[in-house]
Design a protein around this ligand. Structure first.
Ligand SMILES: O=C(O)CCC(=O)C(=O)O
Ligand SMILES: [Fe+2]
Length: 465
Protein backbone atom coordinates (compact mmCIF):
# COMPACT_ATOMS: atom_id res chain seq x y z
CA UNK A 1 0.00 0.00 0.00
CA UNK A 2 1.35 3.34 -1.01
CA UNK A 3 1.20 6.20 1.42
CA UNK A 4 -0.23 9.56 0.41
CA UNK A 5 1.78 10.94 -2.46
CA UNK A 6 2.43 14.33 -4.04
CA UNK A 7 -0.27 13.53 -6.61
CA UNK A 8 -2.98 13.46 -4.00
CA UNK A 9 -1.82 16.69 -2.36
CA UNK A 10 -1.79 18.37 -5.74
CA UNK A 11 -5.36 17.19 -6.35
CA UNK A 12 -6.41 18.62 -2.98
CA UNK A 13 -4.98 22.01 -3.88
CA UNK A 14 -6.77 21.97 -7.25
CA UNK A 15 -10.04 20.99 -5.62
CA UNK A 16 -9.70 23.69 -2.99
CA UNK A 17 -9.01 26.26 -5.70
CA UNK A 18 -12.06 25.16 -7.65
CA UNK A 19 -14.33 25.42 -4.61
CA UNK A 20 -12.83 28.83 -3.73
CA UNK A 21 -13.49 30.16 -7.22
CA UNK A 22 -17.00 28.90 -6.87
CA UNK A 23 -17.58 30.77 -3.61
CA UNK A 24 -21.16 30.54 -2.47
CA UNK A 25 -22.67 29.89 -5.85
CA UNK A 26 -23.31 26.68 -7.70
CA UNK A 27 -22.16 25.82 -11.17
CA UNK A 28 -24.83 25.21 -13.80
CA UNK A 29 -25.76 21.72 -14.92
CA UNK A 30 -28.31 20.43 -17.37
CA UNK A 31 -30.90 17.66 -17.32
CA UNK A 32 -33.21 16.52 -20.13
CA UNK A 33 -35.73 19.16 -19.00
CA UNK A 34 -33.32 21.93 -20.00
CA UNK A 35 -32.90 23.49 -23.42
CA UNK A 36 -29.46 22.77 -24.69
CA UNK A 37 -29.18 19.46 -22.82
CA UNK A 38 -28.76 17.40 -25.98
CA UNK A 39 -26.48 19.97 -27.54
CA UNK A 40 -24.25 19.94 -24.47
CA UNK A 41 -24.22 16.13 -24.43
CA UNK A 42 -23.31 16.02 -28.12
CA UNK A 43 -20.50 18.55 -27.83
CA UNK A 44 -18.93 18.03 -24.42
CA UNK A 45 -20.00 14.55 -23.38
CA UNK A 46 -20.23 12.70 -26.69
CA UNK A 47 -18.34 9.70 -25.38
CA UNK A 48 -21.11 9.01 -22.91
CA UNK A 49 -23.56 6.66 -24.59
CA UNK A 50 -26.93 5.68 -23.14
CA UNK A 51 -28.82 2.55 -24.22
CA UNK A 52 -32.29 2.79 -22.79
CA UNK A 53 -33.89 -0.33 -21.37
CA UNK A 54 -36.31 -0.94 -24.22
CA UNK A 55 -33.41 -1.39 -26.67
CA UNK A 56 -31.96 -4.22 -24.60
CA UNK A 57 -33.23 -7.82 -24.97
CA UNK A 58 -35.85 -8.83 -22.43
CA UNK A 59 -33.83 -11.93 -21.62
CA UNK A 60 -30.92 -9.78 -20.46
CA UNK A 61 -33.13 -7.79 -18.12
CA UNK A 62 -34.78 -10.86 -16.64
CA UNK A 63 -31.59 -12.76 -15.98
CA UNK A 64 -29.56 -9.84 -14.69
CA UNK A 65 -32.26 -8.48 -12.42
CA UNK A 66 -32.84 -11.92 -10.97
CA UNK A 67 -29.08 -12.23 -10.42
CA UNK A 68 -28.98 -8.94 -8.49
CA UNK A 69 -31.85 -10.03 -6.26
CA UNK A 70 -30.27 -13.43 -5.67
CA UNK A 71 -26.93 -11.94 -4.62
CA UNK A 72 -28.76 -9.54 -2.36
CA UNK A 73 -30.86 -12.33 -0.84
CA UNK A 74 -27.74 -14.36 -0.10
CA UNK A 75 -26.05 -11.39 1.59
CA UNK A 76 -23.24 -11.11 -0.95
CA UNK A 77 -22.99 -7.30 -1.05
CA UNK A 78 -20.65 -5.60 1.42
CA UNK A 79 -19.78 -2.04 2.26
CA UNK A 80 -16.04 -1.49 1.90
CA UNK A 81 -13.77 0.18 4.40
CA UNK A 82 -11.71 2.24 1.97
CA UNK A 83 -8.81 4.55 2.65
CA UNK A 84 -8.84 8.07 1.25
CA UNK A 85 -6.10 10.56 2.15
CA UNK A 86 -4.94 8.34 4.98
CA UNK A 87 -8.39 8.13 6.57
CA UNK A 88 -10.79 5.20 6.60
CA UNK A 89 -14.31 5.54 5.22
CA UNK A 90 -17.15 3.10 4.85
CA UNK A 91 -18.67 3.29 1.37
CA UNK A 92 -22.41 4.05 1.36
CA UNK A 93 -22.89 1.55 -1.47
CA UNK A 94 -22.40 -2.16 -0.89
CA UNK A 95 -20.37 -4.05 -3.44
CA UNK A 96 -19.32 -7.37 -4.82
CA UNK A 97 -16.68 -8.02 -7.44
CA UNK A 98 -17.43 -10.72 -9.98
CA UNK A 99 -15.03 -11.52 -12.78
CA UNK A 100 -12.41 -13.71 -14.35
CA UNK A 101 -11.06 -16.33 -11.97
CA UNK A 102 -8.04 -15.05 -10.07
CA UNK A 103 -8.59 -11.41 -11.02
CA UNK A 104 -8.56 -8.67 -8.41
CA UNK A 105 -9.42 -4.99 -8.59
CA UNK A 106 -7.96 -2.28 -6.44
CA UNK A 107 -9.87 0.90 -5.74
CA UNK A 108 -9.31 3.44 -2.97
CA UNK A 109 -6.50 1.31 -1.56
CA UNK A 110 -8.75 -1.69 -1.21
CA UNK A 111 -8.09 -4.81 -3.24
CA UNK A 112 -11.27 -6.70 -4.02
CA UNK A 113 -11.01 -10.35 -5.00
CA UNK A 114 -13.34 -11.48 -7.71
CA UNK A 115 -15.95 -14.10 -7.19
CA UNK A 116 -15.27 -16.04 -10.38
CA UNK A 117 -17.85 -16.11 -13.10
CA UNK A 118 -17.94 -19.41 -14.97
CA UNK A 119 -15.18 -19.59 -17.55
CA UNK A 120 -14.31 -22.76 -19.40
CA UNK A 121 -11.33 -24.59 -17.93
CA UNK A 122 -11.97 -23.54 -14.34
CA UNK A 123 -13.71 -25.60 -11.75
CA UNK A 124 -15.67 -23.37 -9.46
CA UNK A 125 -17.70 -24.42 -6.44
CA UNK A 126 -20.44 -21.99 -5.63
CA UNK A 127 -22.01 -22.02 -2.22
CA UNK A 128 -25.48 -22.26 -3.76
CA UNK A 129 -26.86 -23.15 -7.20
CA UNK A 130 -28.62 -19.77 -7.28
CA UNK A 131 -25.29 -17.99 -6.89
CA UNK A 132 -23.86 -20.06 -9.70
CA UNK A 133 -26.79 -18.99 -11.87
CA UNK A 134 -26.29 -15.35 -10.90
CA UNK A 135 -22.60 -15.44 -11.87
CA UNK A 136 -23.54 -17.01 -15.17
CA UNK A 137 -26.05 -14.25 -15.84
CA UNK A 138 -23.34 -11.69 -15.18
CA UNK A 139 -20.81 -13.19 -17.56
CA UNK A 140 -23.56 -13.28 -20.18
CA UNK A 141 -24.26 -9.62 -19.51
CA UNK A 142 -20.52 -9.05 -19.83
CA UNK A 143 -20.49 -10.62 -23.30
CA UNK A 144 -23.51 -8.59 -24.32
CA UNK A 145 -21.98 -5.32 -23.10
CA UNK A 146 -18.68 -6.17 -24.79
CA UNK A 147 -20.44 -6.44 -28.14
CA UNK A 148 -22.54 -3.35 -27.55
CA UNK A 149 -19.42 -1.38 -26.63
CA UNK A 150 -17.63 -2.36 -29.82
CA UNK A 151 -20.65 -1.28 -31.77
CA UNK A 152 -20.86 2.05 -29.91
CA UNK A 153 -17.16 2.72 -30.55
CA UNK A 154 -17.59 1.89 -34.22
CA UNK A 155 -20.63 4.14 -34.52
CA UNK A 156 -18.61 6.99 -33.07
CA UNK A 157 -15.62 6.27 -35.28
CA UNK A 158 -13.61 5.68 -32.15
CA UNK A 159 -12.64 2.30 -33.47
CA UNK A 160 -9.77 3.83 -35.47
CA UNK A 161 -9.70 2.86 -39.12
CA UNK A 162 -6.19 1.47 -39.46
CA UNK A 163 -6.44 -2.28 -39.70
CA UNK A 164 -10.20 -2.22 -39.49
CA UNK A 165 -10.88 -3.20 -43.10
CA UNK A 166 -10.76 -6.87 -42.33
CA UNK A 167 -12.47 -6.70 -39.00
CA UNK A 168 -15.53 -8.87 -38.75
CA UNK A 169 -18.85 -7.10 -38.70
CA UNK A 170 -20.47 -7.56 -35.33
CA UNK A 171 -23.62 -9.60 -35.73
CA UNK A 172 -26.30 -7.70 -33.87
CA UNK A 173 -28.56 -10.72 -33.89
CA UNK A 174 -26.05 -13.09 -32.42
CA UNK A 175 -27.53 -14.76 -29.37
CA UNK A 176 -26.58 -12.62 -26.42
CA UNK A 177 -25.40 -15.69 -24.64
CA UNK A 178 -22.20 -15.70 -26.69
CA UNK A 179 -20.49 -18.85 -25.71
CA UNK A 180 -18.46 -18.59 -22.60
CA UNK A 181 -15.70 -20.27 -24.61
CA UNK A 182 -15.11 -16.90 -26.24
CA UNK A 183 -14.49 -15.44 -22.79
CA UNK A 184 -12.05 -18.26 -22.15
CA UNK A 185 -9.83 -17.20 -25.00
CA UNK A 186 -10.02 -13.60 -23.87
CA UNK A 187 -8.97 -14.71 -20.41
CA UNK A 188 -5.89 -16.43 -21.76
CA UNK A 189 -4.95 -13.26 -23.54
CA UNK A 190 -5.33 -10.93 -20.60
CA UNK A 191 -1.74 -10.08 -20.08
CA UNK A 192 -1.06 -6.47 -21.05
CA UNK A 193 2.22 -7.58 -22.62
CA UNK A 194 0.15 -8.76 -25.60
CA UNK A 195 0.54 -5.59 -27.59
CA UNK A 196 -2.22 -5.48 -30.16
CA UNK A 197 -1.19 -6.13 -33.73
CA UNK A 198 -3.86 -3.98 -35.29
CA UNK A 199 -6.63 -1.71 -34.21
CA UNK A 200 -9.25 -4.37 -34.21
CA UNK A 201 -7.49 -6.21 -31.43
CA UNK A 202 -6.89 -2.84 -29.80
CA UNK A 203 -10.63 -2.23 -29.95
CA UNK A 204 -11.32 -5.65 -28.51
CA UNK A 205 -8.75 -5.25 -25.78
CA UNK A 206 -10.31 -2.00 -24.62
CA UNK A 207 -13.76 -3.57 -24.33
CA UNK A 208 -12.86 -7.05 -23.08
CA UNK A 209 -14.14 -6.55 -19.59
CA UNK A 210 -12.38 -8.83 -17.17
CA UNK A 211 -14.58 -8.03 -14.20
CA UNK A 212 -17.61 -6.19 -12.94
CA UNK A 213 -17.97 -4.27 -9.73
CA UNK A 214 -21.58 -4.56 -8.64
CA UNK A 215 -23.14 -1.88 -6.49
CA UNK A 216 -26.23 -1.86 -4.33
CA UNK A 217 -27.75 0.87 -2.22
CA UNK A 218 -31.11 1.52 -0.63
CA UNK A 219 -31.23 5.29 0.01
CA UNK A 220 -33.92 4.83 2.67
CA UNK A 221 -31.33 2.98 4.76
CA UNK A 222 -28.71 5.69 4.20
CA UNK A 223 -29.87 8.93 5.78
CA UNK A 224 -26.48 10.62 5.68
CA UNK A 225 -25.59 10.77 2.04
CA UNK A 226 -23.26 13.59 0.96
CA UNK A 227 -24.64 16.49 -1.04
CA UNK A 228 -23.06 17.05 -4.43
CA UNK A 229 -20.77 20.04 -3.78
CA UNK A 230 -20.21 21.83 -7.12
CA UNK A 231 -23.55 21.92 -8.93
CA UNK A 232 -26.11 21.32 -6.20
CA UNK A 233 -27.19 18.08 -7.83
CA UNK A 234 -28.44 16.68 -4.52
CA UNK A 235 -27.61 13.48 -2.73
CA UNK A 236 -24.80 11.33 -4.03
CA UNK A 237 -24.44 7.57 -3.68
CA UNK A 238 -20.95 7.73 -5.21
CA UNK A 239 -18.94 10.99 -5.15
CA UNK A 240 -17.11 12.47 -8.12
CA UNK A 241 -14.29 10.25 -9.29
CA UNK A 242 -12.39 8.70 -12.16
CA UNK A 243 -12.47 4.92 -12.18
CA UNK A 244 -9.04 3.71 -11.10
CA UNK A 245 -6.76 0.97 -12.32
CA UNK A 246 -8.24 0.50 -15.76
CA UNK A 247 -6.44 -0.20 -19.00
CA UNK A 248 -5.85 3.21 -20.55
CA UNK A 249 -8.60 4.29 -22.91
CA UNK A 250 -10.80 1.32 -22.05
CA UNK A 251 -14.57 1.61 -21.94
CA UNK A 252 -16.65 1.19 -18.79
CA UNK A 253 -20.11 -0.30 -19.35
CA UNK A 254 -22.83 -0.04 -16.73
CA UNK A 255 -26.16 -1.82 -16.34
CA UNK A 256 -28.39 0.12 -13.96
CA UNK A 257 -31.43 -1.24 -12.18
CA UNK A 258 -33.39 0.94 -9.80
CA UNK A 259 -36.00 -1.32 -8.37
CA UNK A 260 -39.13 0.71 -9.04
CA UNK A 261 -40.31 2.68 -11.99
CA UNK A 262 -40.41 6.18 -10.51
CA UNK A 263 -43.83 7.81 -10.31
CA UNK A 264 -44.46 10.57 -12.83
CA UNK A 265 -42.46 13.56 -11.75
CA UNK A 266 -44.62 14.48 -8.78
CA UNK A 267 -41.90 16.72 -7.45
CA UNK A 268 -41.66 18.65 -10.67
CA UNK A 269 -43.51 21.65 -9.26
CA UNK A 270 -41.32 21.74 -6.21
CA UNK A 271 -38.19 21.37 -8.32
CA UNK A 272 -38.83 23.39 -11.46
CA UNK A 273 -35.15 23.24 -12.25
CA UNK A 274 -32.53 20.68 -11.49
CA UNK A 275 -32.72 16.95 -11.49
CA UNK A 276 -35.59 14.96 -10.05
CA UNK A 277 -34.40 13.77 -6.63
CA UNK A 278 -36.67 10.72 -6.86
CA UNK A 279 -34.80 9.38 -9.88
CA UNK A 280 -31.30 7.93 -9.97
CA UNK A 281 -28.88 9.78 -12.27
CA UNK A 282 -25.33 9.54 -13.43
CA UNK A 283 -23.59 12.91 -13.16
CA UNK A 284 -20.75 13.96 -15.42
CA UNK A 285 -18.37 16.87 -15.41
CA UNK A 286 -15.26 17.82 -17.32
CA UNK A 287 -12.34 17.20 -14.96
CA UNK A 288 -10.92 20.32 -13.25
CA UNK A 289 -13.14 22.69 -15.15
CA UNK A 290 -15.77 25.22 -14.24
CA UNK A 291 -16.51 26.58 -17.71
CA UNK A 292 -18.69 23.76 -19.00
CA UNK A 293 -22.00 22.93 -17.37
CA UNK A 294 -22.30 19.52 -15.78
CA UNK A 295 -24.66 16.86 -17.05
CA UNK A 296 -27.14 14.77 -15.06
CA UNK A 297 -28.57 11.86 -17.02
CA UNK A 298 -31.56 10.03 -15.52
CA UNK A 299 -31.30 6.27 -15.32
CA UNK A 300 -34.52 4.25 -15.45
CA UNK A 301 -34.73 0.55 -14.60
CA UNK A 302 -32.68 -1.49 -17.04
CA UNK A 303 -30.87 1.41 -18.73
CA UNK A 304 -27.23 0.94 -19.68
CA UNK A 305 -24.60 3.57 -20.19
CA UNK A 306 -21.11 3.43 -21.62
CA UNK A 307 -18.14 5.64 -20.90
CA UNK A 308 -16.25 5.19 -24.14
CA UNK A 309 -12.58 5.57 -24.91
CA UNK A 310 -10.83 8.15 -22.71
CA UNK A 311 -14.02 9.66 -21.22
CA UNK A 312 -13.15 8.25 -17.80
CA UNK A 313 -9.85 10.15 -17.94
CA UNK A 314 -11.03 13.48 -19.30
CA UNK A 315 -14.21 13.57 -17.21
CA UNK A 316 -15.32 12.62 -13.73
CA UNK A 317 -18.57 10.93 -12.88
CA UNK A 318 -20.74 10.49 -9.81
CA UNK A 319 -23.92 8.63 -9.00
CA UNK A 320 -26.86 10.70 -7.78
CA UNK A 321 -29.26 8.86 -5.55
CA UNK A 322 -32.96 8.55 -6.29
CA UNK A 323 -35.58 7.14 -3.92
CA UNK A 324 -35.78 3.41 -4.68
CA UNK A 325 -33.06 0.89 -3.98
CA UNK A 326 -30.76 0.41 -6.95
CA UNK A 327 -28.27 -2.11 -8.30
CA UNK A 328 -25.64 -1.56 -10.94
CA UNK A 329 -23.12 -3.78 -12.64
CA UNK A 330 -20.07 -1.84 -13.82
CA UNK A 331 -17.98 -3.76 -16.33
CA UNK A 332 -14.33 -2.78 -16.61
CA UNK A 333 -11.05 -3.70 -18.20
CA UNK A 334 -8.98 -3.73 -15.02
CA UNK A 335 -5.26 -3.22 -15.45
CA UNK A 336 -4.21 -6.34 -13.65
CA UNK A 337 -0.60 -6.90 -14.65
CA UNK A 338 0.10 -7.10 -10.91
CA UNK A 339 -3.39 -8.05 -9.86
CA UNK A 340 -3.93 -11.67 -10.78
CA UNK A 341 -3.36 -14.81 -8.79
CA UNK A 342 -0.94 -16.28 -11.37
CA UNK A 343 1.10 -13.08 -11.16
CA UNK A 344 1.58 -13.20 -7.39
CA UNK A 345 2.18 -16.95 -7.39
CA UNK A 346 4.92 -16.44 -9.99
CA UNK A 347 6.49 -13.69 -7.90
CA UNK A 348 6.50 -15.91 -4.82
CA UNK A 349 7.90 -18.90 -6.68
CA UNK A 350 10.66 -16.77 -8.11
CA UNK A 351 11.51 -15.40 -4.66
CA UNK A 352 11.66 -18.87 -3.15
CA UNK A 353 14.27 -19.89 -5.68
CA UNK A 354 16.69 -18.16 -3.37
CA UNK A 355 15.93 -20.51 -0.52
CA UNK A 356 17.97 -23.65 -0.29
CA UNK A 357 15.80 -25.92 1.83
CA UNK A 358 17.48 -29.21 1.06
CA UNK A 359 16.08 -31.74 3.51
CA UNK A 360 19.52 -33.31 3.92
CA UNK A 361 20.90 -30.12 5.34
CA UNK A 362 20.12 -29.48 8.94
CA UNK A 363 19.00 -25.91 8.38
CA UNK A 364 17.89 -23.94 5.35
CA UNK A 365 20.19 -21.34 3.80
CA UNK A 366 20.03 -18.56 1.25
CA UNK A 367 21.55 -19.26 -2.15
CA UNK A 368 22.51 -15.71 -3.02
CA UNK A 369 23.22 -12.57 -1.04
CA UNK A 370 23.37 -10.48 -4.15
CA UNK A 371 21.69 -7.09 -3.58
CA UNK A 372 19.38 -7.57 -6.57
CA UNK A 373 18.23 -10.92 -5.22
CA UNK A 374 17.74 -9.55 -1.73
CA UNK A 375 15.71 -6.69 -3.08
CA UNK A 376 13.49 -8.86 -5.25
CA UNK A 377 12.78 -11.36 -2.49
CA UNK A 378 12.08 -8.80 0.22
CA UNK A 379 9.87 -6.72 -2.08
CA UNK A 380 7.84 -9.79 -2.95
CA UNK A 381 7.54 -10.43 0.77
CA UNK A 382 5.96 -6.99 1.23
CA UNK A 383 3.80 -7.41 -1.82
CA UNK A 384 2.29 -10.72 -0.80
CA UNK A 385 1.76 -9.58 2.76
CA UNK A 386 0.23 -6.15 2.14
CA UNK A 387 -1.31 -6.39 -1.31
CA UNK A 388 -2.78 -9.86 -0.89
CA UNK A 389 -2.91 -11.51 2.52
CA UNK A 390 -3.75 -8.52 4.68
CA UNK A 391 -6.13 -7.14 2.07
CA UNK A 392 -7.90 -10.47 1.91
CA UNK A 393 -8.18 -11.16 5.62
CA UNK A 394 -9.08 -7.56 6.40
CA UNK A 395 -12.28 -8.09 4.43
CA UNK A 396 -13.24 -10.99 6.62
CA UNK A 397 -14.80 -14.11 5.28
CA UNK A 398 -17.08 -12.35 2.83
CA UNK A 399 -15.86 -14.36 -0.14
CA UNK A 400 -17.05 -17.61 1.41
CA UNK A 401 -20.62 -16.36 1.05
CA UNK A 402 -20.36 -17.13 -2.64
CA UNK A 403 -17.55 -19.58 -3.21
CA UNK A 404 -14.56 -21.31 -1.66
CA UNK A 405 -12.50 -20.39 -4.72
CA UNK A 406 -9.99 -18.20 -2.87
CA UNK A 407 -9.43 -20.57 0.08
CA UNK A 408 -6.72 -22.70 -1.50
CA UNK A 409 -4.81 -19.89 -3.21
CA UNK A 410 -4.81 -17.89 0.03
CA UNK A 411 -3.51 -20.89 1.97
CA UNK A 412 -0.75 -21.22 -0.64
CA UNK A 413 0.14 -17.54 -0.37
CA UNK A 414 0.17 -17.89 3.40
CA UNK A 415 2.63 -20.76 3.10
CA UNK A 416 4.83 -18.67 0.79
CA UNK A 417 4.73 -15.83 3.27
CA UNK A 418 5.96 -18.10 6.07
CA UNK A 419 8.94 -19.09 3.96
CA UNK A 420 9.59 -15.47 3.10
CA UNK A 421 9.63 -14.66 6.81
CA UNK A 422 12.20 -17.41 7.26
CA UNK A 423 14.24 -15.92 4.42
CA UNK A 424 14.27 -12.50 6.07
CA UNK A 425 15.48 -14.00 9.33
CA UNK A 426 18.18 -15.99 7.51
CA UNK A 427 19.29 -12.77 5.87
CA UNK A 428 19.53 -10.98 9.19
CA UNK A 429 21.57 -13.90 10.55
CA UNK A 430 23.97 -13.53 7.64
CA UNK A 431 24.45 -9.85 8.41
CA UNK A 432 25.40 -10.70 11.98
CA UNK A 433 28.24 -12.86 10.75
CA UNK A 434 31.62 -11.20 10.72
CA UNK A 435 33.06 -12.80 7.62
CA UNK A 436 31.63 -10.47 4.98
CA UNK A 437 33.66 -7.59 3.65
CA UNK A 438 32.54 -4.40 5.38
CA UNK A 439 31.67 -2.60 2.17
CA UNK A 440 29.63 -5.45 0.79
CA UNK A 441 27.78 -5.86 4.04
CA UNK A 442 26.90 -2.17 4.13
CA UNK A 443 25.64 -2.30 0.60
CA UNK A 444 23.38 -5.24 1.43
CA UNK A 445 22.08 -3.64 4.58
CA UNK A 446 21.24 -0.38 2.87
CA UNK A 447 19.35 -2.31 0.24
CA UNK A 448 17.34 -4.21 2.85
CA UNK A 449 16.71 -1.43 5.33
CA UNK A 450 14.15 0.68 3.41
CA UNK A 451 12.14 -2.43 2.57
CA UNK A 452 12.06 -3.50 6.20
CA UNK A 453 11.14 0.00 7.29
CA UNK A 454 8.26 0.01 4.86
CA UNK A 455 7.17 -3.39 6.19
CA UNK A 456 7.22 -2.09 9.72
CA UNK A 457 5.24 1.05 8.88
CA UNK A 458 2.65 -0.86 6.89
CA UNK A 459 2.23 -3.41 9.64
CA UNK A 460 1.50 -0.57 12.04
CA UNK A 461 -0.99 0.97 9.61
CA UNK A 462 -2.85 -2.30 9.17
CA UNK A 463 -2.80 -3.00 12.86
CA UNK A 464 -4.30 0.42 13.53
CA UNK A 465 -7.04 -0.21 10.98
O1 LIG B 1 -23.45 2.68 -10.37
C1 LIG B 1 -23.05 3.35 -11.30
O2 LIG B 1 -23.77 3.77 -12.21
C2 LIG B 1 -21.58 3.70 -11.37
C3 LIG B 1 -20.87 3.43 -10.12
C4 LIG B 1 -19.46 3.90 -10.20
O3 LIG B 1 -19.17 4.94 -10.72
C5 LIG B 1 -18.41 3.04 -9.68
O4 LIG B 1 -18.71 2.02 -9.04
O5 LIG B 1 -17.23 3.37 -9.93
FE1 LIG C 1 -17.13 4.91 -11.34
Amino acid sequence: MKRRGAGEREKDVKKRKLLDELGESWLPYLTPKDDGFHQLWKTKYSKLVLRTAEKIPKEVHEEVQEAFLTLQKHGCFFQDLVRIKGKDFVTPVSRILIGNPGCTYKYLNTRLFSVPWPVEGYEINYSHPEISKACKALIKLNCYLHRESIQALQEQNLAETKGMEDSPVIDRHQDYATSITEMGSILQDQSPSHVPENDHSHLKERTSYNLSLLNYMDPQQMPFLKQEPYFGMGKMAVSWHHDENLVEGSTVAVYSYSCEEPAADILEEKTPSGRDPAVWHVGLKVAWDIKNPGLAVPLYPGDCYFMLDDLNMTHQHCVLAGLPPRFSSTHRVAECSQGTLPYILDQCNAALQNLCADTHLSCPTLKSLDVDDIKRVEETHNEVEFEWLRQFWFQGKRYRKCTDWWDKPMAALDEFWRKLELMTSLLLCEFRKEEQAEEQRNERISCLLPILEERQELRQDWLAR
